[in-house]
Design a protein around this ligand. Structure first.
Ligand SMILES: Cc1cc2nc3c(=O)[nH]c(=O)nc-3n(C[C@H](O)[C@H](O)[C@H](O)COP(=O)(O)OP(=O)(O)OC[C@H]3O[C@@H](n4cnc5c(N)ncnc54)[C@H](O)[C@@H]3O)c2cc1C
Length: 500
């Protein structure tokens, strides 16, 4: 009899671990509480428009491909990524625009035009950061820290020192580049994982280097969700079972060993359980045995540091906006003040925001002559937030963003052309998806919540219990969550071998 594995949650980390385990011969059942797989990597549809709900930027497509190629198929038969150039356009508060491109020559010319030494600083930054990336990848990201020996050993400690991660991302970039706009352009990416560039460890300066090296890609035929569809297809082909609308109530244990789950009042047995539900929420709700909770009591979970959240608007327009690129970032007048609002819990006064408009290049996501626009604004998570997301607050914040958007060329009257509109707020993430405090990027990757110190893939206080997802090691972002699924797969195979 094949060993039975239950995966709780069909987010990207749960789904990728399920695909790998099913391919190896485990009998995997994936329970998802929503009516669709994908978790935050979901889809919203209406009036002929198709929007990605959460992630939009594909970085490191080889990591996406690897899950499929592991199962013996050509990933290109399942998903079709195209590189975007420019990767994105940045608009500063004074209206100045700058394209981020993988064309290094063009990037050098644009940077040097801003002042002597800027291009050289960028090259030195790329060079030094690449070296850090290789160390981080080989010694931290792709390693599951099962015991203290995996961290407290001379090789790992030496490599940790090489990462020089005690500095902040913004301060590190400032050592290479004097131009403040370019400093912001190379450090705002820590917001991709929900932390401030002024607080986030310097290791996250690797993100713009990774963009430059591997490019930013788009999944043809619907955007990010096309990848969820590809994985679901492969999982079902391999014989995996998907149960939608199935909220797991509890993980069952016998002498601290996971033996199954409780769902709709019934006990369902398994040899191992993989939890993809957000770690802090799962600890508070799914793990009831205090011995299995270990140090993760409700008090500890409440004290942990959380990433920021996001306010999202999905807009369908009955006209095109030719000036938009697929990815567009707009800074407010004072980025530092904006960050201070987000991370001190205030509603941002003059927020930076991001617009994603895939209908520029993909005619499957909007009716002809129409434009689908996704607007993302970083906001505080619910623990730090000092205000409630009442209907009035949502409407007035939306109007604030709209008045900023109307200043962009070609968007002066966009609000007269809205034929579809939907909002997604931090409480929606908390209530609908079980994202603790609505912190959309999970537990914050502070130094004390990273690597060995982050909740582990192999649970230290219970047997045959595994965690995959953005609040556990290695962290948030689709490629990193995919890696978390890979680490769970690797460790589970060691502990619960197929032929035991
Ligand atoms: C707005 C936004 C934009 C982003 N942009 C990017 C981007 O451009 N690029 C990028 O790489 N990353 C981006 N990210 C981050 C990325 O989306 C996440 O890190 C990643 O999708 C997290 O996947 P996950 O598997 O950890 O969890 P989730 O996606 O949260 O999945 C967890 C799943 O578990 C289910 N679940 C919870 N409890 C239960 C239960 N009791 N029973 C059954 N099911 C349950 C949930 O419904 C959910 O489906 C973005 C995130 C957001 C929110």
């Amino acid at each position: 009899m094949a060993k039975k594995v239950i995966v709780i949650g069909g987010g990207i980390a749960g789904l990728t671990s399920a695909v790998r385990l099913q391919y190896d011969g485990y009998d995997v059942t994936l329970y998802e509480q929503l009516d669709r797989l994908g978790g935050k990597m979901n889809r919203i549809t209406g009036k002929g428009f198709t929007f990605d709900l959460g992630p939009t930027i594909v970085m490191m497509p080889h990591i996406y491909h690897e899950v499929l190629s592991y199962t013996g198929v050509d990933p290109k038969d399942y998903i079709d990524f195209m590189a975007l150039d420019p990767m994105y356009q940045i608009t500063f508060a004074d209206g100045e625009k700058l394209d981020a491109t993988t064309d290094l020559n063009r990037m050098m010319v644009d940077l040097e035009a801003r002042g002597e030494g800027t291009a050289d600083g960028f090259l030195r930054y790329l060079n030094d950061t690449y070296a850090k990336y290789i160390v981080a990848k080989d010694h931290f990201i792709e390693k599951s820290f099962r015991s203290w020996r995996d961290f407290y050993n001379p090789t790992t400690l030496w490599n940790a020192l090489k990462l020089k991660t005690f500095d902040s991302a913004h301060h590190t970039i400032a050592k290479y580049i004097k131009d403040q706009k370019i400093q912001n352009m190379l450090s705002f990416q820590t917001l991709y994982i929900g932390i401030s560039p002024h607080k986030g460890p310097s290791i996250y300066t690797i993100i713009p280097m990774i963009e430059t090296l591997y490019g930013v890609h788009y999944a043809r035929g619907g955007g990010m969700y096309a990848y969820v569809e590809a994985l679901e297809r492969r999982f079902r082909e391999l014989g995996g079972t998907v149960e939608l609308n199935s909220p797991v109530e509890e993980v069952l244990f016998e002498k601290q060993k996971a033996i199954g789950v409780k769902l709709k009042g019934q006990d369902i047995m398994a040899d191992a359980v993989v939890v993809n539900a957000d770690f802090p929420r799962a600890m508070n709700t799914l793990i009831k045995d205090p011995k299995v909770k270990g140090k993760y009591t409700e008090e500890k979970i409440a004290k942990m540091a959380y990433s920021c959240s996001v306010f999202l608007i999905y807009i369908g327009l009955d006209k095109k906006v030719p000036d938009l690129r697929v990815h567009n970032l707009y800074f407010g007048s004072d980025f530092e003040d904006n960050l201070s609002d987000i991370f001190s819990g205030s509603i941002p006064k003059d927020p930076a925001y991001y617009i994603y408009s895939p209908s520029r290049i993909d005619d499957t996501v909007a009716p002809e002559g129409h434009e689908g626009i996704y607007v993302l604004v970083p906001v505080p998570e619910l623990k730090t937030g000092t205000f409630e997301w009442t209907d009035e607050v949502k409407q007035s914040f939306k109007e604030k963003i709209y008045s900023k958007m109307k200043k962009n060329p070609g968007m002066e009257d966009f609000d007269q052309h809205i034929v579809f509109e939907k909002l997604m707020t931090p409480p929606d993430f908390s209530e609908k998806m079980g994202v603790h405090y609505g912190a959309t990027f999970g537990l914050a990757p502070t130094l004390l919540q990273s690597n060995y110190f982050r909740p582990k893939n192999v649970h230290p206080y219970g047997k045959n219990l595994y965690f995959a997802g953005s609040s556990v090691h290695p962290g948030a972002g689709v490629p990193i969550a995919i890696t978390s699924g890979k680490l769970v797969h690797r460790e589970l195979k060691k502990d619960v071998p197929l032929n035991s």
